[in-house]
Design a protein around this ligand. Structure first.
Ligand code: SF4
Length: 227
């Protein structure tokens, strides 16, 4: 199999990148009118657990597992007092189940002991929970609490580079780059739109530039050296 080479870097001009965001925003919004998280949840705790489970796992698989899981464990205290071996067995099919079980149990113990059983609604407090990094915190803030938040997953990282919005592949640096060029009120939806576009058209190995509605604004259109 041929080895993939590292894509060439596109020089980023922040003002140009902000203009590009303005142009692609309405097109992506029209293309993906239902863009939102694919994880099923009914409250912040369920979204937090589902997001932890989604690491290295598909959202479809997570939704299958959480369908029964959220009937068994209804509160942070339920997770906190559960036997770690039971949690491992319940989440096994999502992969990396030992680490995920530790993250879920310790996070829920902290939520129970330090936050009265309620998932905190600020970045600062969420980051105090073991097993919660910026990406997970942003998913919870943006979707369960309706606060502007940019969650940088693999699609957001790849598309931001191809679209010349940032050259950073480090998720935290990229989040701060995007925060400068995307209007604050649009942060959450913008990351969903990039994720939908990454899943449907701008796929990792073979982006479908011929059918891409934003190709005329994309510096990497039809240019494999920049993929
Ligand atoms: S033109 Fe190609 S590389 Fe650019 S966003 Fe569309 S599919 Fe991706």
């Amino acid at each position: 199999m041929a080895r993939r080479t590292t894509p060439k870097k596109i020089r980023i001009d922040k003002a140009e990148a902000a203009k590009r965001v303005k142009k692609i925003w309405p097109i992506l919004k029209k293309t993906y009118p239902d863009a939102k998280t694919a994880l099923n949840y009914k409250n912040p705790l369920e979204l937090l657990i589902a997001t932890i489970l989604s690491a290295q796992c598909t959202d479809v698989r997570v939704n299958i597992v959480t369908k029964d899981l959220f009937k068994k464990y209804k509160s942070a205290a339920d997770w906190a007092k559960a036997d770690i071996k039971d949690i491992e067995s319940d989440i096994k099919s999502t992969g990396f189940f030992r680490n995920k079980a530790i993250s879920i149990k310790s996070t829920c113990t902290e939520i129970t002991e330090q936050f009265g059983g309620e998932v905190p609604c600020t970045m600062e407090k969420l980051l105090k929970l073991r097993g919660v990094g910026r990406k997970t915190a942003n998913v919870v803030l943006g979707n369960a609490f309706g606060k502007p938040a940019i969650a940088c997953d693999t699609h957001v990282i790849r598309l931001s580079r191809r679209l010349g919005l940032s050259e950073n592949s480090d998720a935290v640096k990229l989040e701060f780059d995007l925060a400068e060029i995307v209007p604050r009120r649009s942060w959450t939806l913008f990351s969903h739109l990039l994720i939908f576009h990454g899943r449907n058209i701008c796929r990792a190995r073979k982006p479908d530039c011929g059918n891409c509605p934003i190709s005329k604004h994309c510096p990497a259109a039809n240019n494999p050296a920049l993929w």
